[in-house]
Design a protein around this ligand. Sequence first.
Ligand code: FEO
Length: 132
Amino acid sequence: MALITWTKEQYGTNVTVCDDEHKTLFDKLNKLYDLATGSAGRAAVGEQLDDLIGFVAWHFATEERLMQSKNYSGYTAHKAEHDKLVATCVDLQTKFHKGEADVTAETGAFVKSWLDSHIPQFDMPYEPSLNG
Ligand code: FEO
């Protein structure tokens, strides 16, 4: 069963590019979760971890570019949230590739919980500005 399933009710921002990127991000997270909690080897998990983190950085850059282009007042606080998660991801990525950390079910639960909080609290409020 998927770790996280995109629904308009729970995660829709009504900004098409952001919703599309969130769906892709969820797919990549689900794939990582399945690999990490299944019988996949460490190389496959590492490859998917890198792919997910690369996409997260891409998505955050998309939102930050759009917010800046509209002079969105919530930009600074929103970017700070992004920067904190990226730092956590890069730390895990570095440790994973050194063999000092693993991707676990708890890792997946942490990212899901972050998204459950971040999308409603930080992403949804930018809609009037980004679509304005
Ligand atoms: Fe969709 Fe602010 O992350």
